[in-house]
Structure formats: structure tokens, C-alpha cells
Design a protein around this ligand. Structure first.
Ligand code: UGA
Length: 438
């Protein structure tokens, strides 16, 4: 397994759980040392246990020869971050391919796990051939691991996608997953590559769509939670990824939406829908500021607490976290910003005061914003919290709380696309209710 990052570690650990011998290779000595010492450098539920249980089947190394020797599969799970142009940066992929020994006996299959642009497989194949490594097979086996549930996602996936140039290489990758019961999609390499990008782009589209519905709800007095439920019960649509909020973040959705948009653009095709998905997401993060201004007027000299910083719960990952944009928009408006997060303590948010508890974070603030739906925040509605705040404005960026309960407890509560029950229902609604009762 090349890459001891989030995907490499989880995938490697889970292959060991399936009974395979795994060697995980990384280029960062400190990371390898920590892993050898039994430390897990990322926060991922269940990963420690799987690594611990399979200690005798997993080794960590810096040495490429050590990793390749006797290997049946050369999994590549290195980072492919976006470049300045929005294309994926394949530097780490090429450094693995170019760093392979000049001669490798047998027929190991090089399997690309990282998310890459369509066409990467063909380029890797050509590079292997040019290096005299024609005996090394190639397959694309994209990952569908969501942070926070990655171990579960590996062991119980919705599907396994395998694209290969040679049938038998694909067969071997499928066999490697023996013990995982699921549907297998066998296809060619470009299609496997595109499945991954399309899946993430589509999930992002659903989020931006429901966020726009939420914004309409704000204007017309409808409740996006009920709308999403009503929509999601249609079996053709399904209930997932219809939670409105302050936009998607993380190391995958923003990157993959950009990568697919860019990939299409490079071929001369303007992917208009994804442009809108991206734009809606950027605006969504900033809408929190307008909601705060609605209640507080100017934000100059006000103090705002951000509750949650990571891009989603059960991870300390701050990559593309909406909290970053919100924090800096608030600072730019002249506000002071405090933050609390149960696991994430970023050292690259200058100007944001990190607090040890929710209560510390909200003490004396003019408003608090729920940025990440950490389970701990579900029970924050209390007189103690309200009294700690200078002003009880609570913006629920993840629609985590019950609006009525929060308002009854004396908070000036506002969610995303949730109506204010503070005012009596308008007459038309009363008439309709009367009709329904009749
Ligand atoms: C995502 C995909 O879900 C995985 O299938 C994929 O393998 C992974 O990217 C990847 O490409 O490696 P992840 O980024 O870990 O996984 O997180 P998600 O749970 O998908 O959430 C992404 C973002 O969307 C978060 O900011 C989350 O808050 C937001 N989101 C999600 C919403 O705003 N609303 C929703 O209804 C769902």
C-alpha cells in the first residue's frame, strides 16, 4: 500500500482484516515511526482497533523495495490535491510509479485507489511499459470511503468498482475483496475513474440543490427538513445527502467537483451544472454572516462563537471546512471569533480563539453558530448556556436543534431553511388545515 494517509491506512488495515499480509509504505519518516509505535495519526472511528487486531499482518516501511518484494498487488493511495488550475495534482502518483524498482518479478497488479482524472490509468500504463514493467498489471479500484465511517464503508460497501485493461487483473482485484459481500461493477479503466468523480459530483449536486431549496424555504416560510423528507421518500430519489446546511467541505467533494468541471472544460465541454453546484456552495457558507447581521446589525465589535470546526463530525479534518470561510468572513466584518471543537484544534486559524468547552466559547458572545453537527451539540439548549451569552442569538448551520425547543428556551434561533414558528400561522394555512380536518 503506497500512502499511509487516510485512504491508505484504512484500506491497508481492512485488507489485513480480510486476512491479507499488508505492507504500508510512506515517504514521511515521522509518520512511519509513529505507526510502528502503534500510534494512529488520524482520527477515524474503529481504525485503531482494526490496526491493533491485525498487528502481525501489517508492516510499515519507508523502503520501496521492502514494499514491492513479493507483493501481489501494488495499491496506490496517495494524495491527489487540486492544483491552482483546478486539475488534480498527480505528483505523488508519478513518484510512486517512477520510484518502483526497475525489475519486478511475476505479475503484480498496480491498483490505483486514489481519485484521479479520467485518462490517468492509460498514462500510468504507458509509463509502466516505457519503464520495461509491462509485466505489471493495472487496475482502477476507486475508493468510496467517507471520513468518520471509513472502516464500515470498506467492510460493507454499496459496491466495488474495478476497471482493468486485462480481464485477469480485474478478476484478481475482485478476489482480493473475498469476504466483502456486495455488488461488483466490472468495467474499463476510464469508466471506473469516472464513476468515482461522477458519484462525488452527484452527491455534491444533491447538497447544493437542497441548500437552494432551503434558501427558498427561508423566503416562503417552508421547512426544508420536512421538504427533504417528503422528497426523499420517493424511492427514485432516496433520502440521502438532502441535509441542508452551510455547505459541503472536506478533502473530496470540493476537489472532485472542481476536477470533473475542469476535466470536462479541458475537453471543450462547459459543465454548467457543476459550476452552479460550486457557486451555490461558496455562497452558502457566507449566508451565515447575513443571518447574523439580520439579528445583530453590524458585526463590528461583536463576538461570535463557532461551535464545531471540522468539515463534518467524527473527524478532525479541517480541509475545505466551511468554518474557515465563516471565521474569516466574520473577522473581515470586524467581529471577534471564538471556537470550540471536540477534536479539531487547528493551528492555522490565526485570530480565532480556541476554547476548551462550549460554555467557555459562548461566554459573553453576541451570537453562536453551529458549524459542525457534533452529537455533543444536540443537548446544548439550556438556561445555563443562554445566560452565559451576552445575546442569545443561535444560528444553527446544520439544523441540528429543534427550533421550537430552542425558542421556548429563550434563544433567538435561526436554522437554514426552517420557518419561524414565533409568528402565528398565516390565514391561508389555517384555512387549508380546516379543509384537511373536514
Ligand atoms: C465523500 C464521499 O461521501 C465518499 O463516498 C467518498 O469516498 C469520499 O468523499 C472521497 O472521495 O474520498 P467525505 O468527504 O468523507 O466523503 O464526507 P461526506 O460524509 O460525504 O460529507 C461531505 C460534506 O458534505 C461534509 O461537509 C458534509 O457536512 C456535507 N453534507 C453531506 C451536507 O452538507 N449535507 C448532506 O446531506 C450530506
Amino acid at each position: 500500500m503506497f500512502g499511509a494517509g487516510y485512504v491508505g491506512l484504512v484500506t491497508g488495515a481492512c485488507f489485513a482484516e480480510l486476512g491479507h499480509e499488508v505492507v504500508i509504505r510512506d515517504v514521511v519518516p515521522e509518520r512511519i515511526e509513529r505507526l510502528r509505535a502503534g500510534e494512529v495519526p488520524i482520527f477515524e472511528p474503529g481504525l485503531d482497533e482494526v490496526l491493533e487486531r491485525n498487528r502481525e499482518r501489517i508492516r510499515f516501511t519507508l523502503d520501496v523495495h521492502d514494499a514491492v518484494e513479493g507483493a501481489d498487488f501494488l495499491y496506490v493511495a496517495v494524495g491527489t490535491p487540486p492544483t491552482y488550475s483546478g486539475d488534480a495534482d498527480l505528483t505523488a502518483v508519478w513518484s510512486v510509479v517512477d520510484g518502483l524498482p526497475d525489475a519486478i518479478p511475476g505479475r503484480p497488479v498496480l491498483v490505483l485507489k486514489s481519485t484521479v482524472p479520467v485518462g490517468t490509468g492509460e498514462r500510468v500504463r504507458a509509463r509502466l511499459d516505457a519503464r520495461g514493467l509491462g509485466n505489471v498489471g493495472y487496475a482502477s479500484n476507486p475508493e468510496f470511503l467517507a471520513e468518520g465511517s471509513a472502516v464500515e464503508d470498506f467492510m460493507h460497501p454499496d459496491r466495488i468498482v474495478v476497471g482493468a485493461f486485462e480481464e485477469q487483473d480485474g478478476d484478481r482485484v475482485v478476489e482480493l475483496h473475498g469476504g466483502v459481500a456486495t455488488q461488483v461493477v466490472r468495467t474499463d479503466v476510464p469508466s471506473a475513474e469516472l464513476v468515482k468523480l461522477a458519484a462525488n459530483a452527484f452527491l455534491s449536486t444533491r447538497i447544493s440543490f437542497i441548500n437552494e431549496i432551503a434558501n427558498v424555504c427561508d423566503l416562503v416560510g417552508a421547512d426544508v427538513v420536512d421538504v427533504a423528507r417528503g422528497v426523499g421518500l420517493d424511492h427514485r430519489l432516496g433520502p440521502h445527502f438532502l441535509r441542508a446546511g452551510i455547505g459541503f467541505g472536506g478533502s473530496c467533494f470540493p476537489k472532485d467537483v472542481t476536477a470533473l468541471k475542469q476535466l470536462a472544460g479541458n475537453e471543450g465541454y462547459p459543465f454548467l451544472l457543476l459550476q452552479a453546484v460550486w457557486e451555490v456552495n461558496e455562497l452558502q457558507k457566507r449566508r451565515v454572516v447575513a443571518k447574523l447581521q439580520k439579528h445583530l446589525g453590524t458585526l463590528r465589535g461583536r463576538t461570535v462563537a463557532l461551535l464545531g470546526l471540522s468539515f463534518k463530525p467524527n473527524t478532525d479534518d479541517m480541509r475545505e471546512a466551511p468554518s474557515r470561510v465563516i471565521a474569516y468572513r466574520l473577522i473581515a466584518e470586524g467581529a471577534e471569533v471564538r471556537a470550540w471543537d471536540p477534536v479539531s484544534r487547528p493551528d492555522d486559524l490565526p485570530g480565532v480563539e480556541l476554547c476548551d468547552s462550549v460554555l467557555d466559547a459562548v461566554r459573553g458572545v453576541h451570537a453562536a453558530v453551529i458549524v459542525t453537527e457534533w452529537p455533543e451539540l444536540r443537548a446544548i439548549v439550556s438556561a445555563e448556556l443562554r445566560e452565559a451569552m451576552a445575546c442569545p442569538v443561535l444560528i444553527d448551520g446544520r439544523n441540528l436543534l429543534d427550533p421550537k425547543e430552542a425558542r421556548d428556551a429563550g434563544f433567538v434561533y435561526e436554522g437554514i431553511g426552517r420557518p419561524s414558528h414565533a409568528s402565528p400561522p398565516e390565514p391561508r394555512k389555517l384555512e387549508r388545515d380546516a379543509e384537511l380536518r373536514a
